[in-house]
Design a protein around this ligand. Structure first.
Ligand SMILES: NC(=O)c1ccc[n+]([C@@H]2O[C@H](COP(=O)([O-])OP(=O)(O)OC[C@H]3O[C@@H](n4cnc5c(N)ncnc54)[C@H](OP(=O)(O)O)[C@@H]3O)[C@@H](O)[C@H]2O)c1
Length: 273
C-alpha cells in the first residue's frame, strides 16, 4: 500500500518499483543482484509481513521477513553504497505510555511478534547500514488499501444500524500520501541519518477516526464507541500509538499535516468524496 502510493506521489523521481517474485527480500543473493542491476541512489524498503495477528502464529515467517529480510536489504545497500530508507512502526514501543513516544524514548519491540520482529529489523539496519534513515509510521491508509478507511466504508453499506468502534486506543491516523511527501524531503537531504517518526499531526481514537471518515464520505452510519476488550485479538493492540515528531522538528524537516486535512485530501483522491 505504501509502495504503491510512493510510486504515484514521487513522480518527480525516477522510481523503480520492485515486488515479489523478482525482489524477494528473504533471498540475499537475489536482492544483491536486483540492486546491482538497477543501481538506485536510495532504496525505500516497504516490504514486510504486516498482518499483525498472523505474526503471532507465524513467528518464524514474521522474523524471516521483518528481521532477516530487512538485514538482507541493509547489507546489500551497504555493500553497494546505496542509501537505505527503512519503514518501521509504532508497535516497537510498549504502547502504555500516557504521552506520545518520541524518537528518544527507548523502544523494546513492544508486546507483539510483529513489533518485536520489526524492531529486530530496525536493529539490523542500524548495525549493517550506517547510511540509513528509519521512518516509523502508524495507523496508515493509502491508495487501494487495505486500511481502516477502506474497511469502515465497506462495513457502512447500510446493513448495520450501528457500528461498534474502539474508543480507548489513541493514535495518529496517517495518510500514505503525506508519508510519501515527507520521504521526498528526506530524499532531498542526502546527509540525513537516524530514526524519525513520520505520522500525521493531531490524534484520535479509532471511533473518532471512523466518524471523520463517514462525515467526509457523507455517510450517515451511526457509531457506538466500545472498548478494546469487546474485540479480543490474537495480538494485543497498543493503547497509545501516538508518536511525537521531535526528530522532524530537530532536523528542520517539513511538519506532517494534521490528520483531518490529510484524510480530506485522501477521500477526495481515492473516493471523490
Ligand atoms: N499499514 C499500516 O498501518 C502500517 C503501520 C505502521 C507501519 N507499517 C509499515 O509500513 C510498511 C508498508 O506497509 P504497507 O501497509 O504498505 O504493507 P503492505 O501493503 O502489506 O505491503 C507489504 C508488501 O511487502 C511485500 N512482500 C511480502 N513478502 C515479501 C518478500 N519476501 N520480498 C519482497 N516483498 C515482500 C508484500 O507482497 P504480497 O502482498 O504479495 O505479500 C506487499 O506488497 C511496512 O514496513 C509496515 O511494517 C504499516
Amino acid at each position: 500500500m505504501l509502495g504503491r502510493t510512493i510510486c504515484e506521489e514521487l513522480a518527480d523521481f525516477e522510481v523503480v518499483p520492485t515486488d515479489l517474485p523478482e525482489a524477494d527480500i528473504t533471498d540475499e543473493d537475489r536482492i544483491d543482484a536486483v540492486l546491482r542491476e538497477r543501481r538506485p541512489d536510495a532504496v525505500i524498503h516497504c516490504a514486510a509481513m504486516t498482518a499483525v495477528d498472523r505474526c503471532e502464529e507465524a513467528v518464524d515467517f514474521a522474523y524471516r521477513l521483518n528481521a532477516r529480510g530487512t538485514a538482507n536489504v541493509a547489507s546489500a545497500c551497504d555493500r553497494q553504497g546505496i542509501r537505505l530508507i527503512a519503514i518501521s512502526t509504532d508497535y516497537v514501543f510498549e504502547g502504555d505510555s500516557d504521552r506520545p513516544y518520541s524518537e528518544f524514548d527507548v523502544a523494546t519491540g513492544g508486546r507483539t511478534v510483529y513489533g518485536k520482529s520489526k524492531f529486530a529489523g530496525e536493529e539490523q539496519v542500524r548495525a549493517l547500514c550506517p547510511d540509513h534513515v528509519i521512518c516509523r509510521i502508524s495507523w496508515l491508509y493509502g491508495k487501494g488499501g487495505p486500511s481502516f478507511v477502506h474497511a469502515m466504508l465497506k462495513l457502512a453499506d447500510g446493513s448495520r444500524p450501528i457500528l461498534k468502534v474502539v474508543a480507548d486506543q489513541h493514535g495518529n491516523p496517517t495518510s500514505a500520501y503525506a508519508v510519501a511527501r515527507e520521504l521526498r524531503a528526506i530524499l532531498r537531504r542526502p546527509n540525513l541519518r537516524g530514526t524519525f517518526h513520520v505520522t500525521c499531526e493531531g490524534e484520535a481514537t479509532w471511533a473518532e477516526f471512523a466518524e471523520e471518515i463517514f462525515r467526509l464520505a457523507g455517510n450517515d452510519q451511526r457509531i457506538e464507541p466500545c472498548t478494546t476488550e469487546e474485540f479480543p485479538r490474537p495480538a494485543p493492540r497498543p493503547r497509545n500509538s501516538r508518536l511525537d515528531k521531535m526528530g522532524l522538528r530537530l532536523a528542520n524537516l517539513p511538519p506532517m499535516p494534521h490528520w483531518k486535512n490529510a484524510l480530506a485530501e485522501f477521500m477526495k483522491r481515492e473516493f471523490n468524496a
